[in-house]
Design a protein around this ligand. Structure first.
Ligand code: FE
Length: 346
């Protein structure tokens, strides 16, 4: 009796140990990861499928607009099923951070793969691709030698010749936030007043529409994210191709602080239940293989310049990027919006 009781005990102990101790807990509970994504499905899904193929971890994705996802995360609180938030613009990631819906995760691998100026300093979000806000000019009316910087577009010679989208757009808010960080508020206000007075028309449409307006002769220069031009060049739509062929890209501020850049990025949510899988997915997205695919597919730049870029991007030549920490773009967002408002930028 004594012996069989102790045998029974041994068997039970063995089962418990093998369930809890020996089998890695992660592999039992973390065979999936849930992501809220503000990217078009086609721009990320194949990469997530590849991750599942490699790791056996299933990825469930909800796609929506960035601001809507943030609202959803806020209202769901700790009950949110999301482990990760993927969105564009450091301004938005900073808002998510401020809203308390993200948490800091530490990883030597991530810190190693993602340059320090492209992530939040406490690990709440990590940049996955780089987008540059560039000048696009009409090849038949502007010589590249006439262009230099964002700042110079406020000079009287550009009166009625500049196209840019609305100040409600976060890309422009981040551009101005970056200007505040590097030039200070007084110079930024002066620049804004000059720039707004040079607008060819009241801001309307997205970045592609500004490129089309330059091509159509409504303005001579526009400030846009470079990937829109890349997408138009490789578009199957003849109208977009034609418009893209009439313009060229200019890298602003090469003699000074460098061209303004921003990121698409990702952060682990505060409510995350699959933290290890989530970290594994971020690491995968930051790997050379993913970086090349993701940047190519989006016509953006990898976060490391050691990763090869597409022939379209290569044709634009290399450029000096502003190395300000993108957190500053979020930190100065509210001030930027107020300054744009005061300048009458609709
Ligand atoms: Fe965009």
């Amino acid at each position: 009796m004594q012996r069989s009781a102790s045998l029974f005990h041994t068997i039970i102990t063995t089962i418990v140990v093998s369930l809890v101790g020996i089998a890695p807990i992660e592999s039992i509970i973390a065979d999936e990861v849930n992501i809220y994504s503000a990217r078009q499905e086609s721009l990320i899904k194949p990469l997530l499928d590849r991750f599942t193929q490699k790791t056996g971890i299933n990825v469930n994705m909800v796609t929506s607009k960035g601001d809507a996802l943030l609202t959803r995360l806020r209202s769901e609180g700790m009950n949110s099923p999301a482990d990760l938030l993927l969105t564009v613009d450091a301004g938005r990631l900073y808002r998510a951070q401020e809203a308390g819906v993200l948490q800091a995760v530490e990883s030597f691998d991530l810190n190693n793969k993602i340059p320090i100026h492209l992530r939040s300093l406490d690990g709440q979000w990590y940049g996955l691709s780089v987008r540059a806000r560039v000048l696009v000019y009409a090849k038949d009316r502007v010589q590249p030698s006439e262009l230099s910087s964002y700042e110079a577009l406020s000079e009287p010679t550009w009166k009625g010749r500049v196209c840019i989208r609305s100040s409600s757009n976060i890309y422009n808010q981040s551009l101005v936030a970056g200007m505040i960080a590097s030039q200070g508020m007084a110079d930024t206000e002066t620049w804004l007043a000059g720039l707004v007075s040079n607008f060819a028309r009241p801001p309307a449409g997205g970045d592609r529409d500004q490129i089309k307006a330059v091509a159509a002769g409504q303005c001579d220069v526009a400030i846009v994210n470079s990937y829109y031009l890349g997408a138009m060049i490789s578009s199957s739509d003849k109208t977009q191709q034609d418009a893209a062929s009439k313009v060229a890209l200019f890298w602003p501020n090469q003699k000074g602080r460098g061209t303004h850049i921003n990121i698409s990025g990702i952060g682990v949510t505060r409510a995350a239940k699959n933290i290890e899988s989530a970290k594994q997915l971020i690491s995968f997205l930051a790997s050379d293989e993913s970086q090349q695919w993701y940047a190519d597919r989006n016509n953006e730049f990898p976060v490391r310049d050691t990763v090869q870029v597409s022939s379209t991007l290569e044709s634009w030549g290399s450029f000096k990027a502003d190395t300000i920490n993108v957190t500053e773009l979020g930190r100065n967002n509210a001030e930027a919006i107020k300054a744009m408002d005061r300048a009458g930028w609709k």
